[in-house]
Design a protein around this ligand. Structure first.
Ligand SMILES: Cc1ncc(COP(=O)(O)O)c(C=O)c1O
Length: 433
């Protein structure tokens, strides 16, 4: 028997995974192979990040070349390196507003950076009472302290003791957002966090007018609008940062994942000149006392530059939008399956198959069972609370979308037919009827 694993898997039921790790060892474009040689279609771009697909030699070469020159160097205080300078410039140039760029190691880092900077901004300009942070139900903003407090998926917030106080508003209700602003008093609100399309919480595109309305509300009240583009950026929605589709001016944009397509860990925040100004104004002015060891890591930045060159050269940014309808069309027939209540998507190359909520109430692990079924058919999909999500690399084509739909159907059928699930499924169906 194989020795028991020492690896504690993120978000995993280790009581069962300790016996059933599934080890991947090779990847190319939209495909991943396990150690037994089985091939899988990566219907999730790993964790929503392999935007250019796997195994790109250009990124590998850029990383190796940077490693040979100088693998790492601190960027604290006045230090910098050529890749971080070039990347900051490239991102600022592509951002929808004049901006500066702060780097760290991932999305959670970026969220906590943005939340701290929002509060510190108001403190610097003499409005320290503006410290309330607002987010939305179903939102996912990572796993750090402030991101956990901002998260709108209840199970991710439980059992960690007292979290920083934040306010959560129903994700699709502009009216409730306005009422919340009024109740708290806008002069106490620091910032609102928003994913343009909610990702891990179940792929919820915004309702028409919602994003423009929220941006207008923030502008009217001075509240900072912080876009969490960790999933939506780098082509996932068909633009550099996702938010450009709505023609609004954010105060900050948090990015990660697709900035390197996951080849190396990197994240950060695009910061508008409004927010940067108090810190960038005069020598001897305020210092944002924040930054992590790998902020501005040259090898991670070199990977990002090579990734951006591929996205641009192959037209993959636009592809995220060009493919959105084809992906939705491929999955749409699954709405007729007995276990499914809805198929969502159509904004960017991301979609979700929503299971009947009554079934999920009775069997919270049903989405994991569907995802395992799809995997048995050679397809990776991502199980969420009550839905399974799909977000393939931007190199994926219609034939891959069809294969993903077939894999999900296989997973749904396997659950529907399984004796172990029959009782709760039939019970939920009869209650729903
Ligand atoms: C919208 C969003 N924000 C933040 C994060 C956290 O990013 P990371 O896991 O890189 O810390 C994620 C991760 O999935 C995310 O989807």
């Amino acid at each position: 028997m194989a020795p028991e694993t020492s690896f504690w898997h993120p978000y995993a039921d280790m009581g069962s995974v300790r016996q059933s790790e599934h080890v991947m060892e090779r990847a190319e474009d939209v495909w991943v192979w396990d150690t037994d040689g089985n091939r899988y279609l990566d219907g999730t771009a790993a964790l929503w990040y392999a935007n250019v697909g796997h195994g790109r030699p250009e990124i590998r070469a850029a990383v190796a070349a940077q490693m040979e020159r100088m693998e790492a160097c601190s960027a604290f205080f006045d230090l910098a390196n050529p890749p971080v300078l070039e990347l900051a410039h490239a991102l600022a140039e592509r951002a929808p507003m004049p901006s500066k760029v702060f780097f760290n190691s991932g999305g959670s880092d970026g969220i906590d950076t943005a939340a701290k900077l929002a509060r510190r901004y108001w403190w610097e300009i003499g409005q320290p009472d503006r410290n309330v942070l607002i987010s939305r139900t179903a939102a996912y903003h990572g796993t750090h302290g402030l991101g956990t407090a901002l998260g709108g998926i209840p199970s991710n917030r439980q059992g960690f003791g007292e979290l920083t106080e934040t306010v959560q508003v129903r994700h699709n209700s502009l009216e409730e957002m306005e009422e919340t602003f009024e109740r708290i008093g806008p002069e106490r609100v620091a910032a609102v966090f928003m994913e343009p399309v909610i990702g891990a919480g179940g792929v919820y595109p915004p309702s028409p007018g919602y994003i423009e309305g929220l941006a207008e509300l923030c502008q009217r009240t001075g509240v900072l609008l912080i876009i969490d583009a960790v999933i939506c950026a780098f082509g996932r929605l068909g633009t550099w940062f996702g938010i450009e589709r709505w023609n609004v001016q954010p105060d900050m944009i948090v990015f990660a994942k697709g900035v390197t397509s996951g080849y190396l860990p990197l994240g950060g925040v695009i910061i508008s000149e409004r927010v940067a100004e108090p810190f960038w104004g005069e020598p001897g002015g305020p210092i944002f006392r924040h930054g992590s060891t790998y902020s501005g890591h040259p090898t991670c930045c070199a990977a990002a530059l090579a990734n951006i060159a591929i996205l641009e050269r192959e037209g993959l940014i636009e592809r995220g939008r060009e493919n959105e309808q084809a992906l939705l069309d491929a999955l749409a027939p699954l709405a007729d399956h007995e276990l499914v209540s809805e198929v969502r998507g159509g904004v960017g190359t991301m979609a979700a198959v929503q299971l009947n909520p009554e079934i999920c109430d009775r069997q919270p692990r049903v989405t994991a069972a569907v995802a395992l079924g799809a995997r048995a058919a050679g397809i990776f999909i991502r199980p969420g609370g009550t839905s399974v999500a799909v977000s393939p690399p931007l190199t994926a084509r219609v034939e891959h979308f069809e294969m993903i739909a077939q894999g999900i159907e296989y997973g749904l059928n396997r659950v529907a037919k399984s004796r172990a699930w029959q009782h709760s499924i039939r019970g939920a169906m009869s209650r729903a009827a």
